[in-house]
Design a protein around this ligand. Structure first.
Ligand code: IMP
Length: 209
């Protein structure tokens, strides 16, 4: 069974693919499925609602099972901001650098011990017959005083993990092992597995095997 990844964010898509492929899940990008997520508005007030909106839309558009991730950075000293607005924190056409600069400026007077934060990922898988499987996970850390590292995307250069390194200073595999997205995708997979095994059985029965 092939799943369409409900995102136009190439870096996020690469991570989703990298995590799902070793689990035996075949994926195609929205582009490969001939659909665009551009017009799909994230109108939910939670990560879970937005993941649902994106997965339902992609599933309908592509007529394929779809997997969506809605994620963001929750900073305690900013009362949970940027949260579900992580992608839009510095306006619609802003860059990752703009968002990082805005966040660091908002945190400039916050001392080390009050810089706690977490990444949250809510993932949702929707099948054309309406079945849904969901999972969420978080990764605890803190906000650096300045960006460090080259890897990853988004707020990775300023998210300090328990190892003391930012997400950007970790290899892709190291990030996947501890990240919110890695944990949420693996939990999703564990919930999808029984369902996929049943599908296999039905296909085998139909083929008379
Ligand atoms: P959305 O899920 O498409 O609304 O976008 C989530 C936004 O949160 C991204 O555009 C990034 O700015 C940020 N984000 C989510 N996950 C990560 C991550 O793993 N690293 C860095 N930034 C992230």
């Amino acid at each position: 069974m092939v799943f369409v990844l409900a995102t136009n964010n190439q870096k996020k898509r690469d991570e989703m693919e990298r995590i799902l492929r070793p689990l035996g899940i075949s994926v195609v990008t929205a582009q490969q499925a001939g659909i665009s997520m551009e017009g799909v508005e994230e109108t939910g007030s939670t990560f879970e609602e937005n993941a649902d909106i994106k997965a339902v839309a992609a599933c309908r558009l592509a007529d394929l099972p779809a997997v969506a991730d809605d994620s963001g950075l929750v900073v305690d000293a900013l009362d949970g901001a940027p949260g579900v607005y992580s992608a839009r924190y510095a306006g619609e056409n802003a860059t990752d650098a703009d968002r990082i600069a805005k966040l660091l400026n908002a945190m400039k007077d916050v001392p080390q011990e009050k810089r706690s934060a977490r990444f949250i990922s809510a993932v949702c898988c929707v099948f054309p017959d309406g079945r849904k499987v969901t999972a969420s996970a978080s990764c605890e850390g803190s906000i650096a005083f300045s960006p460090r590292g080259e890897g990853g995307f988004g707020y990775d250069p300023i998210f300090v993990t328990e190892s003391g390194k930012t997400f950007s200073q970790l290899s892709a595999q190291e990030k996947d092992r501890i990240s919110h997205r890695g944990a949420a995708m693996r939990l999703l997979y564990s919930r999808l597995k029984p369902l996929l095994a049943k599908e296999e059985e039905v296909i085998e029965e139909e083929n008379g095997q």
